[in-house]
Design a protein around this ligand. Sequence first.
Ligand SMILES: NC(=O)c1ccc[n+]([C@@H]2O[C@H](COP(=O)([O-])OP(=O)(O)OC[C@H]3O[C@@H](n4cnc5c(N)ncnc54)[C@H](O)[C@@H]3O)[C@@H](O)[C@H]2O)c1
Length: 345
Amino acid sequence: MKSTVGVGLIGCGRAGRIHARCFAGRTAGARLVAVADSDSAAALQTANDYGADNWYTDYRRLIADAAVDAVVVVTPTNSHCEIVVTAAAAGKHVLCEKPMALNVDECSQMIDAADRAGVKLQIGFMRRFDAGFRAAKQAIDNGEIGEVVLVKSLTHGPSVPQRWMYDIAASNGPLAEVNSHDIDTLRWFTGSEVREVYALAGNYRCPEARDEFPDFYDNVVLSTRLENGAQGLIEGAVSVAYGYDSRAEILGTKGILFVGGLAERPLTVCSASLQVQQPIVKSWRTLFSDAYEAEDAGFVQVIVDDGVPEVGGIDGLRAVEVVNAGNRSIRESLPVRLETQGVSV
Ligand SMILES: NC(=O)c1ccc[n+]([C@@H]2O[C@H](COP(=O)([O-])OP(=O)(O)OC[C@H]3O[C@@H](n4cnc5c(N)ncnc54)[C@H](O)[C@@H]3O)[C@@H](O)[C@H]2O)c1
């Protein structure tokens, strides 16, 4: 292995530019050597902003670039499978953003491709690298709240969905784009697998989508039972207007843990107007900026050490499985049992 891991970024949009920033100078042992985006302006701008030597509009050319040892895939979810399989087959290590893919079959193809090529495959569940979430996991593992009984996890985002998200059959909807993280949190904190889900959803804030996309939901509640008997409750919302909100509550037999909060800074202002004011977190970009850095550093370390990613393909697959079961539950208004836990990967 070379002394510096050459990283190629595929997808230079909102999340892609965060990884570009990390690999451009904040990740020891790695360097951003190339970027690709089907939009040439986005590729060129990102290459200029973050000092990449090369930029491409065809991701295949980036994968063929000899300076690229590892790729970070940050394109829309429906392209993850094709790009990851191509990169792995070319012998490149892969960090793929969540949701891993659209269905279990695609996830299995990606895992198989990485296994066959002997390359690393890490999935972008960066909450596992966030200091607060890690401290909660440590407290659980130390037995500080006894046995985990219930994990409640919510994500509310301010973004108005992009048009492609309105078609739930094509995008898997907010359960995938927003709540994949919460599903991973649930599995991580319970150390168990989801066995049954029941989900309710509705469109409360996006009237522009109602006629053309009657199945679209901007609010979802998903309740679950896990293999070890623990319970889970996941809540997701988009277009919430008030800020970015990610919180988890873990109830055990001997205590409770709270992770996250709405305050942007540990500051509360009480003024002569008799108002209590606290700035609210505006974006996942700022809330989790340290977590993205730690995630990218972890990916490089796994490559250098020939180690095992903390969040691998199977974690991505399990989350996709729950997303699909949740969407089926919404469609059929029935609880759905997960029958595919034994899927071979
Ligand atoms: N970890 C997180 O918290 C987090 C946050 C946001 C987004 N994401 C994930 O990252 C992915 C991208 O989301 P985003 O919000 O950055 O989207 P975005 O639309 O802002 O950016 C996607 C970029 O990919 C480019 N692109 C599309 N198809 C391509 C292809 N075939 N080859 C090369 N470039 C292509 C687009 O031109 C665009 O610039 C999604 O899977 C999303 O779920 C993860």
